[in-house]
Design a protein around this ligand. Structure first.
Ligand code: MLT
Ligand code: MN
Ligand code: ZN
Length: 293
């Protein structure tokens, strides 16, 4: 299985257009918004989330180039982990796909994209897209998918919805031909129940790296720690952070952080925080990184 990191930043990307903080002005390597492409054969690809940057992400990725037929594309469908705009707005940019695409997502996400923000109706006006509830055992060609419910964090535009969750999930994708296993978990409110088992034997875990510390939003934007917590992202550092959990689980699994927020000091490759993550055995891959599992 091939895994291409198309984007590795949180909503807004890095640098963020409306931000003049030290990091955004630092000249550190830019990152586009979180999005991944996976393929068993290197020919047909499935997207994991659809970022608002999808157009430039596709155009800068030779494997995703259109052809050989005039309207042929190698993208065969997509999976959504949640209904956040930074993970779903890209579907609007893909509206030109001839014949539409199948999109798999949890029920609450399919509901949000129909009843809270009518993206599905808009896209369906272009072609016959398929909106499919995801469950463990779903197959993407030869790849198999398992689903772990992660949290019930609603997007802001769907804050008043009373539909049952899970609103956020993680995926475990296995390639039976190689035995390769990817876990994609870009939005973790905490270390979820069952997550250790879910990642067991994985070759690569793409993990929520939104925040380094539990209070970094307050330093950058004067948001309260409560507001950061409410965003539903476990910090990397600290006693209850993800790095401590990774360090405790020595094995052959590679751990790579994605969905980095513009407030996260690890964006600066010369920062002590960046060095701490690498020294703890985790990775901070840039956009365009490719893995073979
Ligand atoms: C998140 O990951 O918390 C969301 O994308 C934030 C947002 O875009 O409002
Ligand atoms: Mn996000
Ligand atoms: Zn900034």
């Amino acid at each position: 299985m091939k895994v291409l990191l198309l984007g590795t930043a949180a909503g807004g990307g890095f640098p963020q257009w409306n931000c003049a903080c030290r990091l955004c002005k630092s000249g550190a390597t830019p990152r586009s918004q979180d999005c991944v492409a996976i393929s068993a054969d290197g020919k047909g690809w499935y997207l994991l989330n659809a970022s608002p940057d999808i157009r430039s992400q596709i155009l800068s990725t030779p494997a995703l180039a259109a052809g050989p037929g005039p309207r042929e594309i190698p993208i065969l469908g997509g999976l959504l982990t949640d209904a956040e705009l930074d993970h779903s707005l890209g579907l609007l940019m893909l509206r030109e796909a001839a014949g539409g695409l199948p999109i798999w997502a949890p029920d609450a996400v399919l509901h949000a994209l129909r009843d809270c923000f009518p993206m599905r109706e808009i896209i369906d006006g272009y072609a016959g897209w398929e909106w499919l509830p995801i469950s463990s055992g779903t197959t993407l060609g030869s790849l198999t998918v398992q689903v772990l419910p992660v949290s019930d964090k609603h997007p802001k535009y769907a804050r008043s919805s009373t539909v049952d969750g899970p609103w956020v999930v993680a995926y475990r994708i296995e390639d039976p031909a190689t035995g390769g296993v990817l876990v994609y978990a870009p939005c973790l409110k905490s270390w979820p129940d069952g997550f250790d088992k879910f990642v067991e034997g994985a070759d690569l875990v793409l993990l929520d790296g939104t925040f380094y510390s539990p209070s970094e939003m307050s330093g950058a934007t004067h948001a309260t720690d409560g507001a950061q917590y409410a965003m539903g992202h476990i910090p990397i550092s600290g006693e209850h952070g993800s790095l401590a959990r990774i360090a405790a689980s020595r094995g052959t699994t590679r751990w790579a952080y994605t969905h980095l927020n513009n407030t996260n000091p690890v964006l600066d490759a010369t920062s002590p925080e960046h060095a701490t993550v690498l020294a703890s055995g985790a990775e901070l891959p840039l956009d365009g990184t490719e893995f073979k599992l």
